[in-house]
Ligand binder design. Structure first.
Ligand SMILES: [Zn+2]
Ligand SMILES: [Zn+2]
Length: 382
């Protein structure tokens, strides 16, 4: 008997994450659950098939073997404790480990298990620097699970309701004998709920939840930065059978900006400046997030000098402190010079003279530099 591909069985891609595999399995396990399909051999076969696929694909070493060698790599008949093909599996055992695993483990102690709260969700939101700094309201679309509106989350068909579980009489726990001991275990029929849905809702297949893409308006406060999270309470996945929903976390990341680099509340930028302006001083235009401002440059400004524009940075989302804009001026060598301009520069160069005395006077860096070079060669030759 040839086996179906495990990924095909669970209807997931070969690159599916463990979470996706669990999710797919859970949906199918719900659908083919023997409680829901009493006496249906086909459903039972499908259920076993899904369970086997799930067990292999969520075990990293078995998954790797399967990905490489296919079914031959993970033949359960060769391994210990495998899932025998076609044999009569013990349903109690299946439910114990499978549903325990997915629904958050076997709960210790007695009594009924509470239906699980919905999962938290994470949404990655990318913003421009301007959006992050000024804040905005953003519409996002989030695929999630919402409570089924047909059965109000109960999972039971309209007009019916979940009934008390016959196996445990609603206690959610059953007593099993293991050697000398009597052990309390979650009821294999109702998985601890104490109730079973005999007639599942058509829309949600008895799960009480359906998949839906929600559109939400998220208010992004001014000043957020990469790594910040905005929590939307109760906007995560709906809980099981009407249990409270999880939360939605909007994870912010800010795109790189063409001009500004942000560091905390400060912004950095580089502004080109001409050789003559750097020497003579004057005003330059500097970009800020609120538009251009004029910055006074003193005469004899060296390239790389940093100017601080107070309060032109980012307003912190937490403390409301405002950062600064740090502006680095970078001197540009003029290009595409006309003959006349070149002539003027040559003339200018002559006025500087070439000896060490004039160099000291006009080139504060060069003096130290050439002294250093001189020493370097002396050391090299000695
Ligand atoms: Zn429903
Ligand atoms: Zn029960």
């Amino acid at each position: 008997m040839s086996k179906r591909d495990y990924y095909e069985v669970l209807s997931v891609g070969r690159d599916a994450s463990e979470r996706e595999i669990k999710k797919a399995y859970k949906r199918l396990a719900m659908k083919y659950h023997p409680d829901r399909n009493p006496g249906d051999k086909e459903a039972e076969k499908n259920f076993k098939e899904c369970k086997e696929a799930y067990e292999i694909l969520t075990d990293s070493s078995k998954k790797a073997a399967y990905d490489q060698f296919g079914h031959a790599g993970v033949d359960p008949n060769q391994g210990a404790g495998g899932f025998g093909g076609g044999g009569n599996a013990d349903f109690g055992d299946i439910f114990g480990d499978v549903f325990g695993d997915i629904f958050g483990g076997r709960r210790g102690g007695g009594g009924q298990r509470q239906a699980a709260r919905g999962s938290d969700l994470r949404y990655n939101l990318e913003l421009s620097l301007e959006e992050a700094v000024k804040g905005l309201t953003k519409e996002i679309r989030v695929p999630t699970l919402v409570g089924c509106d047909t059965c109000d989350g109960s999972g039971a068909k309209k007009g019916t309701s979940a009934s008390t579980c016959g196996t445990c009489n609603g206690a959610g726990q059953v007593q099993m004998r293991q050697g000398f001991f009597a052990v309390q275990q979650p009821c294999p029929t109702c998985h601890g709920r104490g109730k079973v849905v005999k007639d599942p809702c058509n829309k949600c297949h008895g799960e009480g939840r359906i998949e839906k893409t929600k559109t939400l308006s998220v208010k992004i406060p001014a000043g957020v930065d990469t790594g910040d999270r905005i929590r939307l309470s109760g906007e995560g996945e709906a809980g099981e059978f009407g249990a409270p929903p999880g939360d939605l976390y909007v994870q912010v990341s800010v795109r790189e900006h063409g001009i500004f680099v942000r560091d905390g509340n400060n912004l950095y930028c580089e502004v080109p400046i001409s050789f003559s302006k750097a020497a003579l001083g004057g005003e330059i235009e500097v970009p800020t997030l609120d538009g251009k401002v004029n910055l006074k440059i003193p005469s004899e400004t060296q390239t790389g000098r940093m100017f601080r524009l107070r309060g032109k940075g980012v307003k912190s989302v937490r403390s409301h402190a405002i950062g600064d804009l740090l502006c680095k001026v970078v001197m540009e060598t003029p290009v595409n010079l006309s003959e006349r301009q070149k002539e003027l520069l040559r003339e200018f160069e002559e006025t500087l003279g070439g000896d060490s005395k004039t160099m000291k006077k006009h080139s504060p860096k060069a003096e130290g530099f050439f002294d250093g070079v001189k020493k370097f060669f002396q050391d090299l030759n000695s």
